[in-house]
Design a protein around this ligand. Structure first.
Ligand code: FDA
Length: 306
């Protein structure tokens, strides 16, 4: 892992900095690049604007690792409302959640019950529920939750990380379920032994996994390439001889023009909009993905007046 990336991911995990940095104006200004605002209304408004330009969206309420189950219940209640608000607004917007936001650190059965309720609500609105993939200690638990959810309902997706060496094996177990998968490179600070390190190795793992999923995909399952790496998307497209069979999902504020261009060219695409007040660790992972560009941007915000 590059020194800059690992240092930023360390800063993301550091409790003192996590408490202090968000108070600085330049940090708050920098985060605005990646989110339209902190409230659900801000996210709905952004989804409406992107929808008007032909781009469907996905919402995630920022938060992770809740400390008690009542907090997890509030998060579930919030997402139930989110599905209703999306439907009432007539938006093509799906929802993605972090399992630890719904209690995975505390109790698996309760987490599953929370997720089942959300998946049922998604089905009621003909919508989809996705599970994000968090750091390595949560992979087994998340896969287990997904297996149970998917055996009950088709409209659920899971994120898999190409940088994890185990992912090819996990796919073997998942494919009989006809899963819906968002494939990403992976955003966390992980031990050397369990991940591919070089950019080339991660991209190659990503390409192989994408092709494997497409070769074995069933009737229901979808594949979303969750990446801003347009060259990698083009390579996969060339391997396949077209863009049928996969979607492209990107994060709000990153390479949006590329995504809009793809949509115009017939690629199914979606922009993931994050919102909420607990943005710090999520924001630091975004900075770590492109340290040079994002640190320069933050410095510009630091010196800017107003
Ligand atoms: P890469 O980092 O190579 O970026 C390609 C190009 O995109 C860069 O050269 C740059 O131009 C631009 N770019 C990428 N990131 C940028 C940034 N932060 N700021 C500015 N420019 C940037 N991870 C995870 O572990 N679990 C998850 O559940 C998810 N979920 C998820 C959903 C979606 C829709 C996306 C797009 C990504 C995720 N991720 C994730 C994050 C993912 O693992 C990965 O860290 C980022 O997507 C960055 O990697 P890229 O594939 O974009 O390639």
């Amino acid at each position: 892992m590059g020194l800059a990336r690992s240092t930023i991911l360390w800063v993301a995990d550091n409790r003192r900095l996590r408490e202090h940095l968000p108070r600085y104006r330049f940090v708050r200004r920098s985060v605005a690049r990646f989110m339209p605002g902190e409230s659900l209304d801000d996210a709905l408004e952004a989804a409406r604007r992107l929808g008007d330009r032909g781009l469907p969206t996905m919402f995630t309420a920022l938060g992770e690792n809740v400390n008690d189950l009542s907090e997890a219940r509030s998060v579930k209640e919030h997402y139930l409302e989110v599905f209703d608000r999306i439907a009432a607004a007539g938006l093509d917007t799906e929802v993605s959640v972090k399992p630890t936001h719904l209690g995975l650190d505390l109790d698996r059965e309760t987490t599953l019950a929370n997720l089942e309720e959300l998946a049922a609500k998604a089905a009621e609105h003909d919508n989809w529920l996705w599970l994000d993939m968090e750091s390595a200690p949560y992979v087994d638990g998340t896969l287990e939750l997904y297996g149970k959810l998917r055996s009950g309902q088709p409209n659920v997706g899971i994120c898999l990380q190409a940088y994890l060496k185990r992912t090819a094996r996990d796919l073997d177990d998942l494919m009989p379920l006809d899963p819906t998968i968002r494939l990403v490179k992976g955003a966390y600070r992980e031990p050397d032994e369990i991940v591919f390190r070089s950019r080339a190795a991660i991209s190659e793992a990503y390409r192989r996994l994408a092709l494997l999923i497409l070769a074995r995909k069933g009737q229901v399952g979808r594949l979303a390439l969750g990446t801003h790496d347009v060259d990698l998307i083009r390579t996969i497209e060339a391997d396949l001889g077209g863009h049928d069979g996969f979607e492209v999902h990107m994060l709000y504020g990153i390479r949006q023009n590329d995504l809009l261009r793809m949509t115009a060219g017939g690629v199914k695409a979606r922009s993931l909009i994050a919102y909420g007040t607990y943005w710090y660790p999520w924001f630091m992972r975004r900075i770590a993905e492109n340290p040079t560009k994002n640190i320069l941007l933050a410095l510009r915000n630091l010196v800017a007046r107003g």
